[in-house]
Design a protein around this ligand. Structure first.
Ligand SMILES: [Zn+2]
Length: 413
């Protein structure tokens, strides 16, 4: 998503003024490059129209980007046989690649993408979820990373950015995994472990938690929304809060960790020290076990077992339906707490919950306070459109944005 936050406060301001301040100029370069990322080859007038910049500003900015080698002119095309053919501009950075590395409680995935966001290569390996031991998991993560770097090399592309995304909270500088109950992890230095295994790790490398990326990717698909709560389940339960169009991570970066909302004070003790956390009463392990899929979870992994669960629910299998609906009641209660606290316009349910959102929505309506008439403060409940791909889509978008933040430097990284 391109943010139209012009420093002057109004689009189309005087172009000579736009070149006075370095910050404003960099922002406007980012707008031009961002337009080409979003829309592909475009004429100068299309860029002006799309960004709200004046035609004169676009001419000056594109000249700088062409000189830096970030964009280039392509063969003029005739505008429908009428008028003068228009020269189109496109991103020139065809020799660079972005790598996204995603780790969940089931497998490690690596994706090679172009700066335009196209996925060029994808590979994944199961890690077998060895509880409490990060080393074999980091081995698998390093293996898929090496495969992705080799694939990029085979396509004559340099890897300029590696984004590592994990299913657990990430804190600190340098960033580390803060701990995760689904894997029995305490603090784990994922980036340090990767550097040790993959010497000369290319480009910039960063570590992020997955839910924020997934939430922003879903948010961008809903027109006119400002305030959204994202709640998802695949590896455990996670979430994110978007208020006023911005991801809010809180004072310690832990906002959105809904898996450890203490729901049942008489419930089982959680590794976090509380009782009856949402992940213990509605997480994938408890739902799969009570649906009779505990053995499939152990042998075939989380993805396969969750796929089987959703198939069984679709067929009306009584045990699967009963198991999921019991969890859906807890999720619905958590959503009422979040709705009272944050008053979002919408709630998006992601991961495997996206195909079962109607069951959670039904429970949410059943638990609604009688004072809440339809259309009053209650948010709408939506199924995530990107399902399990939301994190990758969001991570690719953020990586592109980060690189284009300094559009004149893209080729120098
Ligand atoms: Zn907990």
């Amino acid at each position: 998503m391109v943010t139209h936050a012009h420093a002057s406060g109004s689009p189309g301001f005087d172009s000579s003024h736009s070149l006075v301040s370095g910050d404003v100029r960099r922002h406007n370069l980012e707008l031009v490059a961002g337009h080409l990322v979003e829309h592909g080859p475009s004429s100068r007038s299309q860029i002006a129209e799309g960004t709200g910049l004046t035609r004169g500003a676009v001419t000056a900015l594109t000249r700088l980007l062409v000189d830096a080698g970030t964009i280039r002119e392509v063969e003029p095309v005739s505008a429908g046989g009428k008028g003068r053919p228009q020269t189109l501009l496109e991103l020139a950075a065809n020799d660079v690649a972005l790598v996204i590395l995603q780790l969940d409680a089931d497998e490690a995935t690596a994706v090679v993408a172009s700066l335009a966001g196209d996925v060029l290569f994808r590979t994944a390996d199961h890690h077998g979820r060895p509880m409490g031991d990060p080393e074999p998991v980091l081995d698998v993560l390093a293996t898929v990373l090496e495969r992705a770097v080799a694939a990029a090399g085979g396509m004559q592309r340099r890897v300029v950015d590696v984004t590592v995304v994990v299913f657990a909270p990430v804190l600190g500088d340098p960033p580390v995994v803060f701990g995760d109950s689904d894997m029995g992890w305490g603090e784990v230095d994922v980036l340090g472990g990767l550097r040790k295994r993959v010497p000369g790790l290319p480009g910039s490398v960063s570590l992020h938690s997955d839910a924020g990326f997934a939430a922003m990717a879903e948010f961008d698909l809903i027109p006119g929304i400002r305030d959204m709560v994202y709640l998802k389940s695949n590896s455990g339960i996670g979430g994110a809060i978007i208020l006023g169009g911005r991801l809010r991570t809180g004072a310690h970066g832990l906002a959105g960790g809904f898996g450890h909302l203490p729901m049942d004070h008489l419930g089982e003790r959680c590794v976090c020290g509380q009782r009856g956390c949402l992940v213990l009463v509605a997480g994938p392990d408890v739902v799969l076990k009570s649906a009779g899929l505990g053995e499939e979870l152990e042998t075939a992994g989380l993805g396969s077992a969750l796929g089987d669960l959703t198939d069984r629910i679709a067929r009306g299998d009584a045990r699967a339906v009963e198991s999921f609906d019991a969890a859906a009641d807890w999720v619905a209660r958590a959503l009422h707490v979040l709705s009272r606290t944050l008053d979002p316009q919408t709630v998006v349910l992601g991961g495997y919950w996206s195909v079962l959102a109607d069951r959670i929505e039904r429970s949410f309506a059943e638990h609604a306070p009688v004072s809440a008439s339809p259309g009053s403060y209650l948010p709408t409940i939506r199924a995530g459109q990107l399902e399990n791909e939301a994190t990758l889509v969001g991570a690719i978008r953020e990586s592109r944005k980060r690189l284009l933040h300094e559009p004149l430097e893209v080729r120098l990284i």
